[in-house]
Design a protein around this ligand. Structure first.
Ligand SMILES: [Zn+2]
Length: 600
């Protein structure tokens, strides 16, 4: 496996509808022949993100992002080009022809597949045991005590890991899973004497899926309190599992999140399961780690409002503050569910019922409103010292907000609620923002430098070349006429900027009648050349007089090349080091060329 050939890319794009692809992430609204949504790549409240079904591409008029279904998935999922094409091919049921054999890439893919297979098999094994094994009676009883039966266990593929390493290893051998794969997947470890043992023993097993619903890790919960043993053990980080990246239940929640524009952020996996079982299908949770910037980036792609529902205790509040700090730079609305003190979603639902909980979620209010209300309830705003400390915390949080208008409104709101003057708070937020800005400037500079080195500016193109590129990608007849004249075009094209791109078009001849072929051709170009073409109008527009347009464009090329030639002669003439004989030659030549130009 290695590079994917252009024909395969074209077939994948032909079998893929960009409206389906984008629609599975965002809620699209029809606008004439096109579709509209709020752009997932920059922060906006009114949609300027357009999907064009005819051209099979998307374009954001706010931030300039644009491209094919492949580009969209690459950006949304942070995947490489080849992996994206493979994924879309799989969805469309297309077998890819991969051109160049790449040994390192092949090895990486094989290792990844082996880990995914091991996880898939293990999830099925644990699940079977939970449902059927007599030894899993305690695990089933535990689930029942939490109010869950076999239905929920099946929906979430909950399992039970046997209490003996021997049983797990015997199963793994029977399945033909090599020891090294068991170790690499984190399902087993090697002891001091080199013997293998299972990581998860006598635990309730929750599979953790990536965004495509593939099991990439497990979270194992103990069944009875044990000393010096954590309630949960998660898989270690592996090549398919990075804790800070994975959001629990995102594979199920991303559709509902896109449709409702909302994400419910819970603290733990059982909270999320409880929410989904209660019909709140846009609930997710980070995985046994604090909320990371990567989590924030992921959620903000799918939802414009993040509703935080953490435990109503001190630790939960601190975690909510942290989530706010990470989410605020993405300009999303952060809301808080005001659970009664000491409750978590699960305990609240058990006591008050599912409907009451859904209502709590519906009644979530803006972050600062709930945050200040709670501080008041706890008497944090009664004495001056505590008030000042609390104000500093709020100031630091306000300073994290990237949207200046929203920040100003929130600042005014917080000032009113805390009975301080708006101007004092505003200037405190500005100072905090500047301090934060200085701290971040350095790392941002580095990040920006790295990004710049990745995206290069579009290749410059002479206008005459651009016209020919447009014609040959817009209209099949024009393309044919231009190819017929390739001999006369080659020489002048060498003089002009962007000539290489035109040569590539004429060498590969992507069909202007097939948007997929055009997109596949664009996808195969290096980024600076692709961006140069994306700046042009590649719409399949009707051209009134194709023959004349091509004729004019071709003589435009000759003319532009001639002008460029004359300009270079004049530059040489202007150079004082040019000797007299050469000068004479140059001026004669330039007179001839100018005369020729006059006849064109
Ligand atoms: Zn945008």
């Amino acid at each position: 496996m290695g590079r994917i050939d252009e024909d395969s890319i074209r077939r994948v794009l032909e079998a893929t509808d960009i409206v389906d692809v984008v629609g599975s992430y965002l809620s699209l609204k029809r606008a004439g022949s096109r579709w509209k949504a709020c752009c997932p790549f920059h922060n906006e409240k009114t949609p300027s993100f357009i999907v064009d079904q005819t051209r099979q591409n998307f374009k954001c008029f706010g931030c300039g992002e644009g491209g094919s279904a492949i580009t969209f998935v690459m950006k949304m999922e942070n995947l490489g080009f080849a992996d994206t094409v493979r994924r879309l091919a799989e969805k469309a049921g297309i077998t890819l022809v991969e051109e160049v054999y790449d040994a390192a890439e092949e090895k990486r893919r094989k290792a990844r597949t082996a880990l995914l297979v091991a996880h898939k098999k293990a999830a099925e094994f644990f699940h079977r045991l939970l449902l059927r094994s007599p030894k899993a009676a305690e695990a089933r009883a535990y689930l029942n005590s939490r109010g869950y039966g076999a239905d929920m266990a099946k929906r979430w593929q909950v399992g039970w890991a046997p209490d003996s390493s021997r049983e797990f290893l015997a199963w793994a051998r029977k399945e033909g899973l090599p020891d090294q794969v068991l170790i690499d997947s984190g399902l087993a470890n090697r002891g001091e004497r080199g013997d293998l043992y299972a990581r998860f023993r006598d635990r309730l097993m929750f599979p953790i899926n990536n965004v495509y619903g593939e099991c990439v890790a497990f979270s194992g919960r103990i069944l009875r309190p044990q000393e010096n043993v954590g309630k949960y053990v998660n898989s270690p980080e592996t090549s398919i599992f990075k804790k800070g990246d994975v959001v629990f239940a995102l594979d199920r929640a991303r559709g509902p999140m896109g449709k409702s524009g909302k994400a419910l952020l819970c603290e733990g996996q059982l909270d999320v399961i409880a929410c989904h079982e209660a019909g709140i299908s846009f609930a997710v949770a980070p995985l046994g780690t604090a909320f990371t910037p990567e989590h924030a980036r992921t959620l903000s792609r799918y939802a414009s409002r993040i509703v935080v529902c953490f435990d109503a205790d001190k630790a939960g509040m601190a975690a909510a503050d942290r989530a706010f700090r990470e989410l605020a730079p993405f300009g999303k609305d952060v809301y808080l569910v005001n659970l009664p003190e000491g409750d978590d979603p699960d305990s609240f639902m058990k006591r008050e019922g599912k409907e009451a909980f859904s209502e709590m979620v519906e009644q979530a209010r803006p972050f600062f409103e709930v945050r200040i209300e709670r501080a008041k309830e706890r008497g944090l705003l009664t004495d001056a010292a505590a008030s000042a400390a609390f104000a500093r915390e709020m100031t630091a949080l306000l300073a994290c907000m990237s949207d200046p208008v929203a920040r100003d409104l929130a600042t005014a709101d917080v000032a009113t609620r805390m009975r301080t003057t708006v101007n004092d708070l505003r200037s405190a937020v500005r100072t905090a923002g500047r301090r934060k800005g200085r701290e971040q400037a350095q790392s941002a500079d580095r990040a920006a430098a790295a990004e710049v080195s990745q995206t290069q500016p579009p290749v410059k193109m002479d206008r005459a070349v651009a016209v020919l590129c447009e014609l040959s990608l817009q209209n099949a007849r024009a393309q044919g006429l231009i190819v017929d004249r390739i001999e006369e075009l080659l020489e002048p094209m060498r003089m002009l900027q962007g000539g290489r791109i035109l040569k590539k078009i004429l060498a590969r001849l992507p069909s202007p009648d097939s948007p997929a072929a055009i997109q596949a051709f664009l996808a195969s170009l290096p980024q600076p050349e692709r961006d140069a073409l994306n700046l042009l109008n590649l719409d399949p527009v009707p051209i009134p007089d194709v023959d004349r347009s091509v004729q004019e464009a071709c003589s435009g090329i000759a003319k532009a090349a001639l002008e460029r030639h004359i300009a270079s002669l004049m530059a040489e003439l202007a150079d004082p080091s040019t000797d007299a004989a050469r000068r004479l030659e140059l001026s004669k030549l330039s007179v001839d060329l100018k005369r020729l130009l006059g006849t064109m």
